[in-house]
Design a binder for this molecule. Structure first.
Ligand SMILES: Nc1nc2c(ncn2[C@@H]2O[C@H](COP(=O)(O)O[C@H]3[C@@H](O)[C@H](n4cnc5c(=O)[nH]c(N)nc54)O[C@@H]3COP(=O)(O)O)[C@@H](O)[C@H]2O)c(=O)[nH]1
Length: 947
């Protein structure tokens, strides 16, 4: 078996677009990454982290720099403070030197000396420079006396309970009131002072008290201060040993110093945001500050625990020790945290903001890049999927297409075909592939078409005759489509549709359109065609043509009594017999129902047609056996001739039809030729039909109304609508003239519809204008009544005009009901359900008036005018009207007499208690305008209500 050729549909699709995806390694890497959304977030987090680190780092650097600067300033300040203390010690020493040089120095000289020092300006914090003389208890009196003698009469030593060794304040400069108060104070009486004095005495060096409150401040409150003592000796300014110093000890220079002023001047040199604390203790013992600058350091008030410096909670502190008069002070310099970063404090913030901004920007850029990348990947994926889908769809289309598709290569060999093509060809697909399809076509036209397609010409072919495609014969529709690329034929696509079924259906439809389904004979359409054809032939040959209209006698009885299928079988048997007795050139067809037609060609004289008719009679004469029953069917035949009676198919058929009726009238089972009179009548009828069609179309019909009146009161109890034709040439034409033609042609249905809708519209108008409350009757023909749509049409007309039903009365004739009483009863019941009134017209003229009446929902009986006419002829035959009135009364029906022309007739009707009448006596049928005048004149209260 040949290898299936490569599928050109698959091989030849447009080359897939280049794979837009990145190379595999990168792809794997990208796939291993978290979702594209995560990468920018991670970048952002990293960026924020780095920014925060940068912030911290820059902050730290700035702080370090600030600390360093602060430390330098502190060193500078501390050395100034130490210098100042040293200077103060030197002042004390200088004063001590003075006292030792001039042991008999008087207080005035002391004062002068101190004033010369300009203490307040040059030595802030020093309250005074005083001198206290050391005396024993025994020498105290002398001291007091000498002091008094020196101009201080109030001088006394205090407190008086002092010990044996006293150091008494004798000079205090400047000489102000406060210093004066301190004179005479025995320094040894107070422990802190005594201790410092003893250190000063024994060491010969300046000695400071611990922080104390000066006597001069005791009254005003604590102001931290200390007193710096410098001992004086007799003889040697500094005896060599403590014992020698004690022995030579003469007193002390005392310099009380307030710590605040001492330090304030210096701290002002610090930045105002810095603080200073001074503790009167070494670093390890510093507890309660002796001094705190105006802007003390924030945070705890405690010591730094021996630290040389540090930073806590953003606060920088530097601690130094300061020797003061033999004591060790601790000085803590502090800077406020919020003031550390000053000139460059925006830098960390800027670093953070910049870092964050960069991180966000980086994240956004990454996000965009990744989104673009992932969208590109997505698009590439979508494109690939779409191409695959297209490919799959194309393949599916090819394999599942109900249309046969074959691909024929330039060599004429089948490259591929789908299952439908294989099925159409009646061969397996594998058997077809590789074969030369031209050898398989059983039709030369198909071969030519394919060869033309192989030359690049597309073509279509629908075989009229069954065509052999492969191994199977049917009707095919073939379409050859060459497919080229770069001007070169790649293959020819052959589309093959098996249209055999369609052809058969078309043929069947064609058959049904021209042949009678029941008998297989030509139907009305084909008969017309055959007559037209025969007429052309007859005109050409100058021959005659006969049309025989055959109607089966009493076939209705057979059909109704034995059933329709039985009737159908009879019709088929009749058709066979009619065919059997005819020449080949003649045509027999069925018009419908029990009507057949024979078209006899090449008739030279009427006798030829008569013989055909006789043959028909003869052939049908022998009994038929259907369903085991024997019976005889006889025909009535009307014959028309061309050119004698008519020269077109319609005319010939119509004339033959009329002649057939005459044949029936003359006793059936025979035939009649068209007579001159019949022909004339037929032509007139045809003219009339044409005019009537136009009348309906052009709106030439109109209604007149005849009042119906109460026999006793004379009140109008109803109106009957009667149709008229306003003929353009003949004026008003009465229905008696055109109704029969309308009924024959079926035009009566369209006409009846118009009457129904026009009457309802008129009722609506009158109800609106005149408050009309009596019913309006319309006449309904037998055809209308039987066509099955009357109740629906009536309902539509009522609905369209907003009428409930009893405003309309429908007059049906007895003859309309009599054919099928059951169907009639159903139609009437449907009408009654919609509420209309029913009147039985021409009552009394029918077949079995009394037998069916009780089964029909009727409201009114109309006594035919022939009976009323009889009343006036003096025949005084009142029996029928009397019976009808009595019948009506017993059935509960109202009775109306029509055709009342005289008072006499009216009187008789009154005598018979007939309720109402209509006739020329009261009014002829009158046009709308006259009705309206009449309604306008009438008192509405006289009108009898509907129902
Ligand atoms: N299917 C429809 N049939 C209709 C319609 N309109 C009328 N007809 C029927 O046509 C027949 C003739 O009708 P018309 O010529 O209108 O005659 C009617 C009256 O004019 C006539 N009549 C009334 N009073 C008198 C009278 O005193 N004397 C006298 N000689 N004739 C009179 O009677 C006809 C009404 O008859 P009827 O309908 O039976 O009440 C006739 O059969 C109409 O029914 C239509 O729209 N559709």
């Amino acid at each position: 078996m040949a290898e299936p050729a490569a599928d050109p549909l698959i091989d030849s699709p447009p080359a897939p677009p280049p794979d837009p995806r990145p190379d595999p390694v990168l792809r794997r890497l990208l796939r291993s990454l978290p979702l594209p959304a995560a990468v920018p977030i991670l970048a952002l987090i990293a960026g924020v982290g780095v920014s925060v680190l940068a912030l911290v780092q820059s902050d730290r650097l700035l702080r370090n720099e600030e600390e360093h600067r602060f430390a330098l300033r502190v060193e500078e300040l501390h050395s100034k403070l130490a210098d100042r203390v040293r200077v103060y010690e030197q002042v004390a020493q200088a004063a001590a030197s003075l006292a030792m040089t001039f042991p008999d120095l008087r207080w005035t000289e002391w004062n002068r000396f101190v004033e010369a020092l300009d203490v307040p300006r040059r030595y802030p914090g020093i309250i005074s420079i005083a001198y206290a003389r050391a005396v024993t208890a025994g020498q105290a009196g002398d001291l007091v006396a000498s002091m008094r003698a020196a101009g201080l009469p109030g001088f006394r030593i205090w407190p008086e309970t002092a010990g044996t060794e006293r150091v008494v304040n004798v000079f205090a400069a400047p000489a102000d009131e406060a210093n004066a108060r301190a004179l005479g104070f025995d320094m040894m009486s107070e422990a802190a002072r005594r201790s410092a004095i003893e250190r000063a005495r024994d060491s010969g060096q300046p000695a400071a008290t611990r922080a104390i409150t000066l006597k001069i401040d005791e009254a005003s409150g604590a102001k931290p201060a200390f007193i710096l003592y410098q001992a004086t000796y007799r003889g040697d300014p500094l005896p060599p040993s403590p014992e020698a110093r004690r022995a030579a000890f003469t007193g002390v220079v005392l310099t009380p110093v307030r710590i605040g002023p001492l330090v304030d001047g210096l701290t002002d040199e610090l930045r105002p945001d810095a603080g200073i604390e001074i503790f009167d203790a070494p670093l390890a013992e510093a507890e309660v500050p002796l001094y705190r600058s105006r802007r003390p350091a924030q945070g705890d008030d405690g010591q730094e625990g021996g630290q040389e410096g540090g930073q806590e909670g953003g606060q920088v502190s530097v601690t130094r020790e300061l020797p003061v008069g033999g004591r060790v002070w601790t000085v803590r310099y502090q800077n406020l945290p919020d003031t550390l970063l000053t000139a460059h404090d925006w830098v960390p913030g800027a670093v953070l903001v910049g870092g964050l901004a960069l991180s966000i920007a980086l994240s956004l850029i990454l996000r965009m890049m990744l989104a673009t990348h992932s969208r590109a990947l997505e698009l590439a994926g979508e494109m690939t999927a779409s191409l695959r889908l297209q490919e799959a769809e194309r393949r599916q289309l090819f394999t599942q297409a109900p249309l046969g598709i074959a691909l024929v290569g330039p060599d004429g060999l089948v490259a591929d075909c789908n299952p439908s093509f294989a099925a159409a060809a009646g061969l397996p697909r594998e058997a077809l592939i590789g074969t030369d399809v031209r050898l398989r076509f059983g039709d030369q036209a198909a071969v030519f078409a394919l060869e033309a397609a192989l030359q690049g010409e597309s073509g279509k072919l629908e075989s009229d005759q069954p065509l052999l495609l492969g191994g199977r014969r049917s009707h095919f529709s073939l379409h050859f489509q060459p497919v080229t690329a770069d001007g070169e034929l790649k293959f020819v696509v052959v589309f093959a549709e098996d249209i055999g079924e369609k052809r058969r259906a078309e043929q069947h439809i064609q058959y049904l359109a021209h042949f009678d389904a029941l008998t297989g004979l030509p139907n009305r359409v084909l008969l017309y065609d055959r007559i037209a054809q025969a007429l052309r032939e007859a005109r050409r040959d100058g021959s005659k043509l006969a049309v025989l209209f055959i109607d089966l006698d009493r076939f209705k009885v057979i059909n109704d009594s034995l059933g329709h299928s039985f009737g159908d079988e009879v019709l088929r048997s009749v058709a066979r017999r009619l065919q059997a007795g005819l020449r080949e050139s003649d045509t027999v067809g069925r018009l419908g129902g029990d009507e057949f037609l024979i078209v006899a060609r090449r008739v030279t004289e009427p006798g030829d047609a008569a013989r055909v008719a006789e043959k028909v009679v003869a052939h049908l004469a022998s009994p038929f056996t259907v369903g085991g029953q024997n019976f005889v069917v006889t025909p009535s035949i009307g014959i028309s001739l061309y050119p004698d009676d008519a020269d077109d198919p319609e005319g010939l058929i119509r004339c033959a039809d009329i002649a057939m009726y005459h044949a029936k009238e003359q006793g059936r089972n025979g035939f009649r030729f068209v007579t001159r009179e019949m022909g004339a009548k037929s032509r007139e009828r045809m003219d009339l039909e044409g005019s009537l069609r136009r009348a309906i179309r052009e709106g030439e019909l109109f209604l007149v109304y005849q009042p119906q009146v109460d026999t006793l009161t004379g009140r109008i109890v109803g109106l009957e609508a009667l149709i008229r034709w306003r003929h353009p040439e003949e004026g008003t034409v009465l229905p008696g003239r055109f109704l029969p033609v309308a009924e024959e042609t079926g035009l009566v249905l369209a006409m009846g519809d118009w009457v129904l809708f026009e009457a309802c519209a008129q009722i609506r108008r009158w109800r609106t204008r005149f408050n009309l409350s009596v019913p309006v009757a319309i006449n309904v023909s037998g055809a209308q009544f039987r066509d099955g749509h009357l109740p629906a049409k009536v309902a539509r007309a009522l609905d369209a005009n907003g009428l409930s039903g009893p405003e309309l009365e429908i007059e049906v004739t007895e003859s309309s009901l009599i054919d099928d009483v059951e169907a009639a009863a159903e139609t009437l019941a449907a009408l009654k359900r919609r509420g209309v009134l029913i009147a039985l017209d021409d009552f009394g003229t029918g077949y079995s008036s009394l037998s069916y009446l009780h089964r029909l929902p009727i409201d009114k009986l109309k006594i035919d005018r022939s009976f009323i006419h009889d009343l006036s002829t003096g025949a005084s035959n009142t029996s029928v009207p009397r019976a009808i009135v009595g019948l009506g009364r017993s059935l509960g029906l109202s009775v109306i007499a029509e055709g009342v022309e005289t008072q006499e007739q009216l009187q008789l009707l009154r005598d018979l208690s007939c309720e109402s009448y209509q006739g020329y006596l009261f009014s002829r049928p009158i046009p709308v305008e006259e009705v309206e005048r009449m309604l306008g004149r009438l008192d509405a209260r006289e009108a009898v209500p509907v129902g």
